[in-house]
Design a protein around this ligand. Structure first.
Ligand code: GLN
Length: 446
């Protein structure tokens, strides 16, 4: 597939031909179920859009039955930015319902398959975007990352996925899962494309009160793979990862050394605390955010005898099991008897995680970490929700601390499944994240 950088040089006529080819390929590989449907706005470079980002006049459902019938009345800021830069929203990609999940199996449109092995999941929740790019069905895509949903599917599908610093990219028009963790980011074929797309969607937005009000400088124009950096590696932290991940980690450390970077060994707090802090915070926020889906204001309505019954019927039929589980969890941790014991404590742990990262970044430029403890599992393997939550162990602290991170393919297993790892940077230091990733990508190609 043509890269984003190359596609930006094509004429309108060439882009039309490219879009026709894309439509044919998407049709021919419809079994992957990467796209929910294919629309196009404008004559720019086509970019696939996760189904929780609003494109004016398109259906947007966050992979949920409860939003079916809802048409976006306005475009998300990232969509306006794409259009201003000569890009076109092209197709809605599949996702876990309300971005809750790690496999894209909880979508009301059915699961998406991993193009590298159709028995495996593509990861989640942005599994449709990752599978589309990996299968050559998209030049690039937008995803959202609340606890790994860009980086983990990127790793499972062998593509590049980048989560910006919290506040760097506007969340205006993004269907909220957990507002203090969500960020939109690029999913691309290579690091340079990720930097280009990241540049396009970033910057202060007065429509998002959590958007960082600071001057934005392009990273793509200043990409420098020759910078020598100090990178922390975490030998103890990865003890629970599979052999495939451990081997790739060891090999990547050697590759980084060969590229001239200084590697220093560090340790971090037991990541089991990340899981607890994340699942309390995320479900608490999700409960609040999802309260608005009542059958009155958006999408689906299942009438009852009275208003309360209408709420009840709509939410019972509209939400899937995973979403209901999280609404219950969120209400529990926010309930008056448990608020201090769970929610407040989770915020304290979150603060400690942030402080730990800040201390580390006084000494290093980047941290090399796994993104998931295994490569893509088989479909159905995460039938037990607890097993699925535990698989987020390496991705979620980045969101709790609001940091930028990029996941890129570094290896393949004996049976050809991609292995991705992530480079994490200090808040608002996306430049180092991209520079380090580019240097690693180049060294791997040598
Ligand atoms: N797997 C995590 C969850 O289910 C992260 C999802 C995400 O980043 N949207 O919450």
């Amino acid at each position: 597939m043509i890269t984003l950088k190359e596609a930006l040089k094509l004429s309108s006529a060439e882009l039309e031909t490219l879009k026709d080819e894309l439509r044919e390929k998407i049709e021919a590989q419809s079994d992957i179920n990467a796209y929910i449907d294919v629309h196009n706005v404008g004559d720019g470079v086509p970019i696939a859009i996760k189904d929780n980002i609003q494109v004016k006049d398109w259906s947007v459902t966050s992979g949920s039955k409860i939003l079916q019938g809802y048409i976006a009345p306005y475009s998300a800021t990232v969509i306006q930015k794409l259009q201003n830069a000569g890009l076109s929203p092209f197709g809605r990609t599949n996702m876990d319902e309300f971005a809750m999940g790690s496999t894209t199996e909880s979508s009301c449109y059915g699961k998406t398959l991993n193009p590298h092995n159709k028995e495996c999941v593509p990861g989640g929740s942005s599994g449709g975007s990752a599978a589309a790019v990996a299968a050559g069905l998209a030049i690039a895509a937008l995803g959202s990352d609340t606890g790994g949903s860009i980086r983990q599917p990127a790793a499972f599908c062998g593509i590049v996925g980048m989560k910006p610093t919290y506040g760097r990219v506007s969340r205006y028009g993004l269907g909220a899962y957990a507002s203090s963790l969500d960020q939109i980011g690029p999913m691309t074929q290579n690091v340079e494309d990720a930097a280009i797309l990241y540049d396009i969607i970033s910057g202060h937005d007065p429509k998002d009160s959590t958007s960082a009000d600071m001057a934005y400088e392009s990273v793509a124009n200043k990409l420098d793979s020759s910078r020598k950096m100090t990178i922390a590696v975490l030998p103890k932290y990865i003890e629970n990862a599979s052999d495939d991940i451990k081997n790739a980690y060891a090999k990547t450390i050697e590759t980084l050394k060969k590229a001239g970077h200084t590697i220093i060994e560090k340790d971090m707090m037991d990541p089991k605390y990340d899981i607890s802090a994340y699942y309390i915070t995320a479900t608490a926020e999700a409960t609040t955010n999802l309260a608005r889906y009542d059958g009155i204001r958006y999408g689906k309505r299942v009438e009852g005898e009275n208003l309360q019954e209408t709420y009840f019927n709509t939410r019972s039929e509209g939400f899937g099991d995973e979403v209901k589980r999280r609404i219950m969890l969120g209400n529990f941790v926010l309930s008056s008897g448990f608020y201090d014991a769970y929610y407040v404590k989770a915020q304290k742990v979150r603060h400690l995680i942030k402080e730990e990262y800040e201390a580390l970044f006084k000494e290093v430029d980047l941290i090399l970490s796994p993104i998931a403890p295994t490569v893509a599992p088989k479909c159905g393997e995460f039938a037990d929700p607890m097993a699925m939550y535990l698989s987020d162990i390496y991705s979620i602290s980045v969101n709790l601390a609001g940091l930028p991170a990029i996941s890129l393919p570094v290896d393949k297993t004996a049976d050809g499944m991609p292995v991705g790892l992530q480079l994490i940077g200090a808040a608002f230091d996306e430049q180092s994240v991209f520079d380090g990733a580019l240097s690693l990508e180049k060294e791997l190609q040598l």
